[in-house]
Design a protein around this ligand. Structure first.
Ligand code: PPE
Length: 310
């Protein structure tokens, strides 16, 4: 990763190299953390964070679902995000807030361990490579099932859940594919290792509903709104593997992956990025870079941010 100068850590900016935790930290042993991925994009009027408050509200909900009390409010974390962005002056960056049970006592019950909070920011280009955005990726349905709703709450973006994603993406890439698609225990399509998924059939978009153990993606929500504005119907519904194989177009979306076309699934050729995927992708990039007035409410501009501590 491309290092930057500072990391916001428990209320202050520290040097990148000094943002350390003890090996006895609870989160290291038990995966007891929650995190976010947020992008800040360059716009004509300076850097703007895309749906910052929505991401931080999800972080707060993720913590609540793990019985974790965040020591900072959403508004405080918003100011902290702007503080770390301001420290680097980058036109574009990825933000990674993380909250986790820190060092104190070991034992599965988190007990009185402190909750540590950090926000990193660094430049992160196209998640699956620049070519993925223009040519599409090859995906494979994983033999690993998505963690079920009564195993770990999937609505929480919890660090521990990502072992599930990690195994799936290792399997996919070892098999020569770019990304994994996970099914639920019942065999319905859930999401990618780090993205939600959409298919297009006869000009109608479909995406798995929340009962399919998906992370309720903010990009997914963005795509649904864009698709609606472009005049396409979007169905949140149960999707089977065959629906993907027979789709006219498939794409994945997420903060890191943005809108990435999928050109084949399980070696079933879907084809190069289709017209609806391209329209949604290009509108998405217009929206995040502040070139579409209709969605200006989603942009949190860096220079309008409150001064820290004021
Ligand atoms: N599903 C999963 C499993 C997931 O990890 C993400 C985000 C999404 C869906 C899309 O959510 P959203 O970003 O709100 O649209 N994955 C984050 C972490 C990726 C990583 O490798 O780290 C991200 O995209 O930032």
């Amino acid at each position: 990763m491309q290092e930057t100068e500072k990391i916001w850590f428990n209320g202050e900016l520290v040097d990148w190299a000094d943002a350390k935790i003890h090996v006895g930290a609870h989160a290291l042993h038990y995966g007891s953390g929650v995190f976010e991925g947020i992008r800040c994009y360059e716009t004509a009027t300076g850097p703007a964070v895309f749906r910052l408050t929505d991401h931080l509200k999800r972080l707060s909900n993720s913590a609540k679902l793990l019985h974790m009390e965040l020591p900072y409010s959403v508004e405080e974390l918003r100011a902290a995000s702007h503080e770390v962005i301001g420290a680097h002056g980058l036109a574009e960056c990825y933000l990674r807030p993380i909250a986790f049970y820190g060092y104190g006592e070991l034992g599965v019950h988190p007990g009185r361990n402190p909750v540590d909070v950090a926000i990193m920011s660094w430049p992160w280009g196209a998640y699956l490579g620049e070519e993925a955005l223009t040519q599409g990726i090859r995906a494979k349905v994983s033999s690993w099932k998505r963690v079920g709703p009564n195993t770990i709450p999937h609505v929480s973006k919890a660090t521990g859940i990502y072992l599930n994603s990690m195994l799936a993406v290792i399997e996919a890439t070892q098999g020569g594919y770019d990304e994994a698609i996970l099914l639920t225990d019942d065999g319905y399509v859930a999401d990618g290792s780090g993205e939600n998924i959409f298919l297009v059939k006869d000009e109608i978009l479909s995406t798995p509903d929340l009962s399919a153990s998906i992370l309720p993606g903010i990009t997914r929500d963005t795509v649904m709104e864009i698709a609606g504005a472009l005049g396409y119907a979007v169905h949140e519904r149960t999707i089977i593997r065959s629906d993907l194989h027979l789709a006219d177009e498939v794409f994945m979306c997420g903060t890191a992956a943005e809108v990435t076309p999928v050109r084949s699934i399980d070696d079933h050729e879907i084809g190069p990025p289709g017209p609806i995927t391209k329209a949604i992708q290009s509108t998405f990039f217009e929206v995040v870079r502040g070139r579409d007035e209709r969605w200006s409410r989603w942009l949190d501009y860096a220079e309008k941010a409150p001064t820290p501590g004021s």
